[in-house]
Design a protein around this ligand. Structure first.
Ligand code: FAD
Length: 294
């Protein structure tokens, strides 16, 4: 492995997160294959902090940066394939590719992934979902890697899975490197149509032309974070370069690409505080915020 090609230093994470804001990663490794990743991890000191990143569509790195090594899994070259009747995809494959691959091969049930602009690894870690579907509903098994670079095959019951939550029961430190999706045979054409409809719905309701990270807060039980935020009159509220979207109140946008991570984080805290004061509901962020302040 040529480390100079794949290991970078002081890499601006604003380039790798959909909010287009935030500080650098001390070290940044681009994982081209599972084998290369495994060899790299075996060489990393045990005390080094590690952060796996897919498409950074649910992530903010504070302006002072991340003291450790970021492992970037996403590659536009990676795609899904069939493996023994299951759809197999490495962690760095974009989730919408899995949805399209499944439809093309006449499998149904993965359509919802078409509108989630992250990777398979991020979808597993977040148990990403929408329109009634969740990632782990359609997973048979996964491949993981641990700090030493050893690869493990894990079955669904090895995990505690809930709304936007996934954790190994054994609490071992492992990351996803691949997944096998178990999908029912069905009408591929109907599946492609459903994908089109879902995407049209998103374009109509979400500020997709501006840098954002999807829903900022989890929906509280029986309610919608967007409804509460809008009800508190917070649409359009701005902090530095960050703004609560006028199109979807649970989105924070970075319209000019000028927001700092601190602008975004402060705005999140301000929304949370106002909603708590006015409605009594304590919203919980869905986005992951890591790293050091400036
Ligand atoms: C426009 C828009 C719409 C969205 N709509 C939805 C939606 O409908 N439903 C929904 O659930 N989410 C939605 N999201 C949020 C986001 O796309 C999902 O959470 C997605 O699954 C994150 O994938 P990612 O690869 O971008 O993860 P990242 O943002 O890169 O990482 C997110 C978290 O997962 C961890 N992670 C990433 N890869 C791995 C890995 N290989 N192993 C272990 N941990 C890993 C990271 O460390 C981090 O904690 C939306 C985001 C945007 C921008």
């Amino acid at each position: 492995m040529n480390m100079a090609e794949t290991l970078h230093f002081k890499e601006p994470m604003a380039r790798h997160v959909s909010w287009r804001a935030g500080g650098p990663a001390d070290r940044f490794f681009v994982a081209k294959s599972v084998e290369e990743l495994s060899r790299f991890l075996a060489s990393v000191p045990r005390e080094e902090a590690l952060l796996f990143v897919g498409l950074g569509s649910n992530l903010l790195v504070r302006d002072g940066g991340f003291r450790g090594t970021v492992i970037l899994t996403h590659s536009a070259k990676k795609s899904a394939r069939m493996d023994g009747g299951l759809v197999y995809a490495e962690a760095g494959v974009a989730s919408p590719k899995v949805a399209r691959f499944a439809a093309t091969h006449h499998f149904v049930g993965a359509e919802f992934l078409a509108g989630i602009p992250g990777t398979v690894g991020g979808a597993l870690a977040m148990n990403a979902g929408c329109y009634g579907g969740e990632t782990w509903d359609i997973i048979r098994k996964v491949l993981t890697v641990d700090r030493s670079g050893a690869i493990h095959e894990r079955a669904k019951p090895d995990y505690e899975i809930a709304y936007r939550h996934c954790r190994l029961h054994s609490a071992q430190e492992e990351w996803f490197v691949a997944a096998w999706f178990e999908l029912a045979n069905g009408d591929g054409e109907a599946s492609r149509l459903r994908i089109k409809e879902l995407l049209a719905r998103r374009i109509a309701t979400q500020p997709l032309t501006l840098p954002n990270a999807g829903s900022v807060f989890r929906n509280p039980p029986g309610d919608h974070a967007a409804r509460l935020i809008e009800g508190c009159g917070l649409k359009g509220l701005a902090r530095g370069g960050a703004r609560v979207s006028e199109k979807h109140a649970n989105f924070i946008v970075n319209p000019d690409g000028a927001a700092s991570a601190a602008d975004i984080e402060q705005l999140i805290l301000q929304v949370k505080k106002t909603v708590l004061e006015k409605t009594g509901v304590d919203l919980v962020p869905e986005v992951r915020i890591v790293g050091e302040p400036a």
